[in-house]
Design a protein around this ligand. Structure first.
Ligand SMILES: [Zn+2]
Ligand SMILES: [Zn+2]
Length: 265
């Protein structure tokens, strides 16, 4: 099916996403300039540290952009419902269309999404069956990048030796203290905010329950057999290869093809 771009028109979502991209851009530009490159030149740190920083940063922005433009699992206009699966479908009373159970109507996007978890303004998209794995990767790499940034901010003051050869007339070095304080502030906010969300998401996958189902307290009513955690995670990520759960540069193939029209991200 190739790459399908799904674009939500919502100015509020654009602002939220713009803020996230600004935080990413700020840290990806300034942290190497103020900390990594000068300390590398003076022999206080290694090239591997710089490479790791850029890799985590790259994984972070790729998962953000892909989660944002991926189709979360929008239902087609006229779905073909196999006779054997009729009992697993229901009518949406908002858009008047048939949808598989566990789908939800997103009032922000104006359509139903398969196995919808929630609508996230920070990626300006729904989090559903087809992009949930990218959202989890985004949370993971954001935590990693924030932690790495905070460690570097800390080391720059308390662990690395003072810099001698840098050109202090350059803007970044004249404003070093202010720039690093802003970076530390952003790191603490991002790490604090995302850690709670990531933990809730992981617990949701362990129990095979979406955030919407949890909020509507309908979990007791759903009589689903309890699956092992490897199975629920494999279904979300679309592969049983655990190493691939961490890679945002791939196509997701649904493990069980649902209802003959599963989209591939
Ligand atoms: Zn609907
Ligand atoms: Zn939505």
């Amino acid at each position: 099916m190739g790459l399908q771009i799904h674009f939500v028109i919502d100015p509020q979502g654009w602002c939220c996403m713009g803020m996230i991209i600004f935080v990413w851009l700020y840290n990806t530009l300034f942290i190497p300039q103020i900390i990594l490159f000068p300390h590398y030149e003076e022999g206080h740190t290694s090239a591997a540290a710089i490479l790791c920083y850029y890799l985590v940063s790259l994984f972070c922005i790729v998962s953000l952009l892909r989660a944002s433009i991926a189709d979360p699992g929008k239902l087609p206009e006229r779905p073909k419902i196999p006779l054997t699966e009729r009992e697993f479908w229901e009518l949406c009373n908002k858009c008047n269309m048939m949808r598989p159970k566990r789908s939800h109507h997103c009032s922000r996007c104006g359509h139903c999404v398969r196995r919808m978890d929630h609508h996230c303004p920070w990626i300006n998209n729904c989090v559903g069956e087809d992009n949930h794995w990218l959202f989890l990767q985004l949370c993971f790499y954001t935590q990693l990048l924030s932690s790495y940034t905070l460690i570097l901010d800390f080391c720059h003051y308390y662990y690395f030796l003072p810099l001698k050869k840098v050109n202090w007339d350059l803007f970044v070095f004249r404003h070093e203290l202010a720039l690093l304080r802003i970076s530390t502030f952003m790191g603490i906010i991002m790490l604090g905010g995302i850690s709670g969300l990531f933990y809730t998401q992981l617990m949701g996958i362990f129990t095979d329950t979406t955030s919407i189902e949890k909020m509507s307290n309908c979990c007791e009513e759903i009589s689903r057999p309890r699956k092992p955690w490897q199975q629920t995670f494999s279904e979300v990520f679309g592969t049983r290869w655990k190493i691939l759960w961490f890679i945002p540069f791939r196509q997701r193939q649904p493990l069980r093809i649902p209802y003959h029209f599963a989209n591939h991200v």
